[in-house]
Design a protein around this ligand. Structure first.
Ligand SMILES: O=C(O)CCC(=O)C(=O)O
Ligand SMILES: [Fe+2]
Length: 228
């Protein structure tokens, strides 16, 4: 059970037999369910993550779990997300430039001008996972232009699956370590991907001491252009 940030609304979460997650808002005085938000576990569309070990609602980007559309306020409690800090945008741009200069064949310009308008924040505890999915809730122009997904890994390492069509058994696996940046755009924009496991205690010691976190888990920041 967990209260909304302003302490007025009570939520709990769970999963059904098919593995889909849902969030329940309770009417505390009457002890009955007020509203159920389905579809949170369908990671092809949802952005809400749960810490299953603590039954805690951790983070949500602004995506309506009922419609899968990005909206201005989080439907469950009306909260408005903060703007992406400019330092993060600088990091995204320099990661794109570095990747372009590492892979380009000529002195061409990057094939896209890109300014992300959302940052999805995923936190994975030790048992955290993310089902095999495509990122396709973004705007049609953004998807058809192949505007990239730029994804930063911080903390424990993750086994990241990608490719092989929609068949997870055919996917490739790469370990994403703290500090890694994964970029997929252009023809790869629709690639299926997911996180199959988090490697416990694999975060760099320096990160733990500098941030004073005892158990950092894995933090993933995924930047995308949703609206443009
Ligand atoms: O945690 C990751 O590395 C992937 C996150 C992701 O694919 C997503 O949020 O859509
Ligand atoms: Fe994704």
């Amino acid at each position: 059970m967990s209260y909304s940030a302003d302490g007025t609304r009570l939520f709990s979460c769970g999963s059904n037999k098919e593995g889909g997650s849902f969030l329940v808002e309770w009417n505390e005085s009457e002890g009955v369910v007020k509203r159920t938000y389905h579809g949170l576990g369908k990671r092809s569309v949802g952005v809400v993550q749960f810490d299953t070990t603590k039954n805690r609602f951790l983070a949500a980007a602004v995506q309506d779990p009922q419609t899968n559309k990005y909206v201005d306020q989080r439907p469950s409690d009306g909260s408005v997300p903060p703007k992406i800090p400019p330092e993060f945008l600088t990091l995204v741009h320099s990661a794109l430039e570095d990747s372009h200069s590492a892979t380009r064949l000529s002195n061409s310009k990057p094939p896209f001008t890109f300014s992300p308008d959302i940052c999805i924040v995923n936190f994975y505890s030790q048992n955290g996972r993310l089902g095999f999915h495509q990122d396709k809730a973004e705007s049609k122009p953004s998807l058809s232009a192949g505007l990239p997904v730029v994804s930063f890994s911080i903390g424990n390492s993750a086994e990241f699956l990608y490719g092989g069509g929609r068949d997870v058994d055919k996917a490739n696996k790469v370990v994403l370590e703290s500090g890694d940046v994964l970029i997929f755009g252009g023809k790869a924009r629709n690639v299926f991907h997911g996180v199959s496991a988090i490697k416990p205690d694999s975060a760099p010691i320096s990160l733990i001491t500098e941030t004073n976190l005892r158990n950092p888990g894995r933090l993933n920041l995924t930047f995308m252009a949703v609206l443009s």
